[in-house]
Write a protein that binds this ligand. Structure first.
Ligand SMILES: CCCCCCCC(=O)SCCNC(=O)CCNC(=O)[C@H](O)C(C)(C)COP(=O)(O)OP(=O)(O)OC[C@H]1O[C@@H](n2cnc3c(N)ncnc32)[C@H](O)[C@@H]1OP(=O)(O)O
Ligand SMILES: Cc1cc2nc3c(=O)[nH]c(=O)nc-3n(C[C@H](O)[C@H](O)[C@H](O)COP(=O)(O)OP(=O)(O)OC[C@H]3O[C@@H](n4cnc5c(N)ncnc54)[C@H](O)[C@@H]3O)c2cc1C
Length: 665
């Protein structure tokens, strides 16, 4: 990757930068979680930028095989460098090292550290951890997480792969009994990994005990050849993710030792006796809860990149009727509707950013208890991670797409960097639990909360606003539309929607419908309730972070941005509940005023994310704002331009123009 040479900075961007009403650097510290982290991140970025081993031409001009090969090399080189720099045990440092070294290449070994290692940590007994975890952490083995099958992704209990215990040899026999049972999708499974955690139905002593996890060696550790009975490969090109070998896996009666069942929560003894150690069988799904919480932060980072590109571009791109004869054409950012499109993306980004931090803290507070079998806060954590994963990736994809469209034709060119950001974020709507299914999980939890509130039971902190009776609607007319008032309105909206749906659900139950049928009957509405609940969580996290900012200027700008976020939610959710025409009009007016107020800080708000050109990989989002010359340079690199006359001319066009038939060529 060649960083664009910083030329003279485009004066239009310099002018915009000068308008900032707050110290941008201080906001960067807040976003990074402290000045120390910012400095450390920058040191790491500097290290990678100076390393010529990470330089290469844009991957968009490469074939898929070249992209994959390059990504394997870079991913492994990153590991070597992290080891040399003694940073392997520092999650913050290694995260940023990977990000800056591979800004647009999804790593073929990504699943190893995102799911394989966390699964070993969460699902292994202590002895198993000793045996495998250190090898995995040292990258002596490379693993993936093989759960989804061709026939089943969402409905985990429907997985068909079997693990049948054979007491005579004290082995499990892993088998794919049907075509639909073939594992499909796991990242790095196709060509890169030599081990996998395989999710399979456990059979012992003639009984099936449901899905459990097994460590299965797929390839020889020295030759990398697939082991007998293992058939695996790449699933072919996808909409994005070209650098990663998502794979398939068919297991033909593959035998593994009894000890390779991950036994933290359940065990099969040598004679085949099955023992469950914990009552909550959903603990097997723990890695998914963890990864879902990471996806919220990925979504915020994706928007931060797209918004940085689109806001900078909107400052240097002129298009339209000059306001007076001889005046320059307006900049895109001068159009209020463009300000609305971009600033609401920026507001979503900040909201998700802060919410992901609160969710991450919740996960790490609850996880030690869960590992010890205390699962009181697991339902809340699951409901929030599932719902926020859905809302975050939905919003992420929508905002990145909006930013892409805000860049007109250039947004469609890979040169903008935007298609890749979109293609990296979009699959998060599907993987780790399809978004609608995830919202239904949150909705199911919320329905149960209403029941518990009715019985007078205490609810978890993020559910505590749920009552069994409606509360009065906060008045939006009259006083100022403060962030607290707007948040209160969204809280009321969430509760009102939920009580409405819960009332419907109960009437179906009273009509003697089965629980599952009544649930289906309200499921469409329930997904909206889940969204409203999650948006409330995002709004609360946003406002708390804005208030916590010590610098009054930063507190002021974050509060305004938070108000824009909240007002936009009120306006777009007005159809879910009753909002009077006059209240709606007041909110719309407040949005217009906020756009004018925030516009001078648009560049500052995105540049607080402190994303170097190397990270953005964007011709139109460069720091120096010199867009057009760079665009021409980019196009010159297209392999189609290697010769003046392409070979297809001789082969086909010349024949066609001469009236010869192409059919036999
Ligand atoms: C950067 C990252 C790269 C990542 C690459 C992507 C990697 C992957 O995609 S890996 C594969 C991910 N796959 C998925 O996420 C599959 C999605 N499906 C599921 O999670 C589940 O099967 C699910 C939740 C939809 C339904 O499960 P099912 O067993 O039918 O549960 P269901 O009957 O609905 O609920 C049973 C109970 O379990 C609870 N529950 C379900 N999941 C969980 C969980 N993860 N944790 C805790 N509790 C849970 C429910 O809340 C419910 O509780 P209650 O009975 O008290 O109401
Ligand atoms: C890029 C990528 C990487 C992946 N990596 C991995 C990996 O490393 N390991 C792994 O094991 N898997 C992986 N997956 C698989 C992924 O987790 C599944 O694709 C996902 O869980 C959805 O399952 P599915 O594809 O079977 O969709 P389906 O379950 O068939 O869903 C199809 C549609 O039906 C809807 N639907 C399904 N069930 C319900 C329901 N009960 N109620 C209402 N609507 C429903 C869904 O909302 C969806 O829109 C990956 C997928 C992708 C795209």
């Amino acid at each position: 990757m060649t960083n664009p040479v910083v030329q003279k900075v485009n004066p239009m961007l310099t002018e915009e930068r000068a308008k900032a009403s707050f110290p941008v650097e201080e906001l960067t510290y807040i976003l990074d979680g402290g000045k120390f982290n910012t400095e450390k991140r920058r040191e790491i970025e500097e290290l990678v930028t100076k390393d010529p081993n990470f330089e290469h031409p844009p991957i968009q001009f490469m074939t898929r095989e070249q992209q994959y090969s390059l990504a394997v090399k870079k991913a492994l080189l990153v590991q070597q460098r992290l080891k040399e720099l003694d940073m392997l045990d520092d999650p913050y440092a290694s995260y940023f090292f990977r990000r800056i070294a591979m800004p647009r290449e999804v790593s073929p070994i990504g699943l190893h550290w995102v799911m394989f290692v966390p699964t070993l940590m969460g699902q292994c007994s202590d002895e198993q951890r000793e045996r495998w975890l250190q090898r995995a952490l040292n990258y002596e083995i490379i693993g993936t997480y093989a759960q989804t099958e061709m026939g089943h992704g969402t409905f985990l209990r429907g997985i068909e792969t079997t693990a049948t215990y054979d007491p005579s040899s004290q082995q499990f026999v892993l088998h794919s009994p049907t075509t639909t049972s073939i594992k499909w999708w796991p990242g790095g499974l196709g060509k890169t990994c030599n081990y996998a955690v395989v999710v399979a139905q456990l059979h012992t002593q003639g009984r099936c005990h449901g899905v459990h996890m097994f460590l299965v060696q797929l390839r020889d550790e020295s030759t990398h050849r697939s082991l007998p009975g293992v058939v695996c490969g790449d699933i072919g090109p996808k909409m994005g993710y070209h650098t990663i070998d998502n794979g398939f896996l068919q297991l033909n009666s593959v035998r593994i030792p009894r000890e390779n069942m991950l036994m933290r929560n359940a065990e099969v003894q040598p004679d085949g006796t099955y023992i469950r150690r914990v009552s909550n069988e959903k603990l097997t799904y723990g890695t998914m809860v963890f990864v879902r919480s990471l996806i919220v932060s990925d979504a915020a980072r994706g928007i931060s990149e797209a918004a940085t590109i689109a806001v900078r571009y909107a400052c240097v791109r002129r298009q339209g009727e000059p306001s007076s004869p001889g005046a320059p054409e307006p900049r895109l950012l001068d159009y209020p509707v463009h300000q609305y499109r971009l600033l609401t993306c920026v507001a979503n980004c900040y909201g998700l950013w802060f919410a992901s931090e609160v969710l991450r803290d919740l996960y790490f507070t609850v996880q030690p208890d869960v590992l010890e079998g205390r699962t009181e806060r697991l339902p809340e954590t699951h409901a929030l991670s599932a719902g926020l994963k859905a809302v975050g990736s939905n919003r992420g994809a929508a905002c990145v797409e909006e930013c892409r469209r805000c860049c007109g034709g250039f947004g469609f060119s890979e040169a903008s960097g935007l298609p890749k950001i979109y293609n990296d974020i979009n699959p998060a709507c599907t993987y780790e639990g399809e978004n609608t299914v995830m919202l239904l999980q949150t909705g199911r939890h919320l329905l149960k909360c209403v029941e518990r509130a009715r019985r007078g039971e205490q609810l978890a902190p993020s559910d505590a606003y749920i009552r069994s009776r409606p509360t009065p609607q906060p008045k939006l007319a009259g006083g100022p539309l403060t962030a607290d008032l707007l948040l209160g309105w969204l809280r009321w909206r969430s509760l009102s929607m939920l009580l409405e749906v819960s009332g419907r659900f109960n009437s179906f139950i009273e009509q003697r419908q089965a629980w599952a049928d009544a649930f289906q009957a309200v499921s469409r509405r329930l997904t909206r309730c889940a969204e409203a609940h999650c948006i409330l969580y995002v709004g609360q996290a946003f406002l708390d972070s804005a208030k916590a900012a010590e610098n009054p200027k930063i507190c002021g700008v974050l509060t305004s941005l938070c108000r824009l976020f909240l007002l936009n939610e009120v306006v777009s959710g007005a159809g879910d509940v009753q909002l009077s025409r006059s209240d709606l009009a007041r909110c719309q007016d407040a949005i217009d005023s906020l756009l004018t107020e925030l516009r001078p800080n648009a560049v500052a708000l995105v540049e607080a994310f402190d994303l170097p050109d190397r990270m953005l990989c964007s011709v139109i989002g460069r720091y120096d704002g010199q867009v057009y010359e760079a665009m021409l340079q980019w196009a010159r690199q297209s392999p189609l331009n290697a010769t003046d006359v392409h070979e297809s001319y001789e082969l086909y066009t010349r024949q066609f123009l001469a009236g010869r038939s192409l059919a036999k060529l």
